[in-house]
Design a protein around this ligand. Structure first.
Ligand SMILES: [Zn+2]
Length: 349
């Protein structure tokens, strides 16, 4: 009999569940602006003459559409003009990545015939290239991307000791989760010669559909780089990305933007602290757990997107430290960005 009552009460609580769902909820969005997926575009081989499309087209074409990208510099190939251009690109919201000093193979492979590098070359390939990027752009590179995507564990450990946040050294043709995992093992997909250009939009769609983060690697356009495409084909892809961003399906962001967001999300716990008599939240708090974060100058922002669901009324104001926060109503959600650290968020109706 006792067992029967227990089963019955479980049944009742199950039946009551839909009603409970209507209670106001607060949570941190998986991606900024509560986009479904995230997308990072990396253009390798900046500085090399054969990849000049990066500076000639790619920078401006993305900037005009307010889309930030990453560009990976072969540091030994960068002359003064390239450094000036790199600074402009950083000013346009793009992120510089370290693609080594001389673009050699990090593992001996029969197909890689450009010379090899190993621990003996760290002072040049990692230390000197890092210093030159910092000296010429004012930015310590936060991520390393390996030439030909060839590397060893020793290289990854060395980069970690040198205060890098991460590296493109995960699996190929697999998306990354929205949740923070090891940023030294970022998964990525390289656009290859002969691949249809439609594969670019397809990957963005996959990120949206599976609520994941795609890291897409390309080279130049309208130049002699590996797997280059035309400016027209590239524009078609960017127009599609821009439209997906506008519809809040996609968050187009740099590697640092996404990983910083993931660290902030990992560190934060949000809850409703006070409600009014109608059950509407009037005070929300965001507590920060004590987790190890990368050094502040490598984190690219201090924001998080908060989502409120199932509110029976629309807030009149939302504020943090007496400053009004702009918010958006989308579907049945109230969505807004906060700056960390935050004491409390106050809502009025
Ligand atoms: Zn390369």
């Amino acid at each position: 009999m006792k067992k029967y009552i227990y089963t019955l009460s479980l049944l009742f609580s199950f039946l009551a569940a839909p009603a409970q769902l209507k209670i106001a909820q607060v949570y941190i969005a998986p991606f900024r602006h509560d986009a479904d997926g995230a997308y990072t575009l990396i253009h390798d081989d900046f500085g090399a003459e054969y990849a000049r499309g990066i500076e000639e087209y790619i920078d401006t074409m993305n900037y005009n559409r307010k889309l930030p990208i990453c560009f990976a510099a072969i540091v030994g190939e960068c002359d003064q003009e390239d450094w000036t251009k790199a600074k402009d690109m950083i000013g346009h919201g793009h992120q510089i990545l370290n693609h080594s000093m001389t673009h050699k193979c990090g593992q001996v492979q029969s197909w890689c015939t450009f010379g090899n590098w190993n621990e003996k070359d760290f002072p040049t390939e990692i230390d000197k290239s890092t210093e030159l990027i910092l000296k010429n752009t004012g930015k310590h590179p936060a991520f390393f991307v390996f030439p030909f995507d060839l590397f060893t564990d020793t290289m990854l450990h060395y980069l970690e000791a040198k205060h890098y946040i991460g590296a493109r050294a995960g699996k190929q043709n697999i998306l990354n989760s929205a949740v923070l995992s090891d940023p030294f093992l970022l998964n990525f997909a390289v656009f290859r010669p002969g691949e249809p250009v439609s594969a670019l939009n397809d990957m963005a769609d996959k990120a949206t559909q599976s609520k994941s983060w795609a890291v897409r690697v390309m080279h130049g356009i309208e130049d002699e780089s590996w797997a280059q495409i035309t400016a027209e084909e590239y524009a078609t892809h960017l127009d599609y990305l821009q439209q997906q961003v506008k519809q809040n399906k996609l968050w187009m962001a740099t590697l640092s933007d996404v990983v910083t967001y993931q660290y902030n999300k990992e560190a934060a716990v949000t809850k409703i602290a006070e409600q009014n008599k109608d059950g509407l939240p009037t005070k929300i708090i965001v507590e920060l757990k004590n987790i190890k974060l990368p050094s502040g100058d490598l984190m690219s922002h201090d924001t998080l997107t908060i989502v409120l669901k199932h509110l029976k009324a629309t807030p009149k104001t939302i504020s943090q430290s007496q400053l009004y926060i702009p918010f958006e109503i989308r579907d049945d959600k109230v969505i807004f960005d906060i700056n960390l650290p935050v004491n409390e968020i106050v809502l009025t109706y």
